[in-house]
Write a protein that binds this ligand. Structure first.
Ligand SMILES: Nc1ncnc2c1ncn2[C@@H]1O[C@H](COP(=O)(O)OP(=O)(O)O)[C@@H](O)[C@H]1O
Ligand SMILES: O=c1ccn([C@@H]2O[C@H](COP(=O)(O)OP(=O)(O)O)[C@@H](O)[C@H]2O)c(=O)[nH]1
Length: 261
């Protein structure tokens, strides 16, 4: 069983905001040469300034044209972090419904490989059973495929990166940093309780594997969280409470982006 990566067509964050909200050019990626050519040969309606090393932002018309042409435009990426059972997937569903993001669950992508029995399937199954982390190049490749095949430019990447090695591989292969990072902060005993009652038939939702996953989370995922905290990109959410109460802490993160637009 896995959560389906969901895609919504509603779009309320525009690329012009993405450009304005980014503190560094690393936050953006302008993938196609076509983009550079088209944006540099026409004027832009956005008020954001552009340096000599960056292309000017696209007008809404250019963005629409690119969507029509199937050419990727600048992407807005949110990493969704937190321990096992902290409620990442549950909150992602609410963010998709409210703000129209495309939800990419790294765990779901990996479980799909197991079910499809691809060349990585048995290695992934063994890794998940042991609560360990799948090699970065495998996971990043699966994420890249999702990023490239979506017409929605706003992404939630759920449950990734799980280690500094994951994070660095993503940044090198994809060529971008996330625009923002959510961290669902949940006490271990609450996470254990939730995972044990998740009831989705997952091979890793048993007490022995949960203990291993919690250790791996503390050892390998914490440094990633610290990294983004230092960069001022981390939004720490208290993950204890009802789903709706927690979402009320999440909502302002994305509402703020909309307001700036
Ligand atoms: N705020 C909450 N309070 C109680 N249970 C929750 C809450 N949020 C999620 N859950 C439940 O806890 C389990 C784990 O949530 P999930 O979103 O799958 O976590 P994660 O994606 O972080 O592993 C699920 O069964 C989910 O329904
Ligand atoms: O980027 C990832 C995401 C997941 N996993 C593996 O998939 C398992 C389940 O991850 P998921 O995010 O689905 O569940 P959670 O840990 O939130 O319960 C993890 O314990 C890892 O073994 C991984 O190796 N790399």
């Amino acid at each position: 069983m896995w959560r389906r990566a969901s895609t919504s067509t509603s779009s309320s964050l525009s690329s012009s905001f993405i450009i304005k909200s980014s503190s560094s050019l690393l936050n953006l990626f302008f993938i196609s040469q076509h983009h550079h050519a088209s944006s540099s040969s026409s004027s832009s309606s956005s008020s954001s300034s552009s340096s000599s090393s960056s292309p000017p932002p696209l007008t809404m018309m250019q963005q629409q044209q690119q969507v029509n042409d199937g050419i990727p435009i600048s992407r807005f990426i949110t990493f969704v972090l937190g321990g096992p059972g902290s409620g990442k997937g549950t909150q992602c569903t609410k963010i998709v419904e409210t703000f129209g993001f495309n939800h990419i669950s790294a765990g779901d992508l990996l479980r799909r490989e197991i079910v499809s029995d691809t060349k990585y399937g048995s290695m992934i199954l063994n890794t998940i059973k042991q609560g360990k982390i799948v090699p970065s190049e495998v996971t990043v490749k699966l994420i890249l495929r999702e990023l490239e095949s979506s017409h929605n430019h706003k992404f939630l990447i759920d449950g990734f990166p799980r280690s500094e090695e994951n994070r660095i591989a993503f940044e090198q292969i994809i060529g971008a940093e996330p625009n923002t990072v959510l961290f669902f902060d949940c006490p271990e005993e609450e996470m254990v309780k939730r995972v044990l009652s998740r009831n989705q038939g997952r091979v890793d939702d048993n007490i022995d594997t949960i203990k291993k996953r919690l250790k791996v989370f503390e050892a390998l995922n914490r440094p990633v969280i610290d990294h983004y905290a230092k960069k001022g990109k981390l939004h720490k959410i208290n993950a204890v409470g009802t789903v709706d109460e927690i979402f009320e802490q999440v909502r302002p993160v994305f509402a703020a982006f909309e307001q700036l637009n």
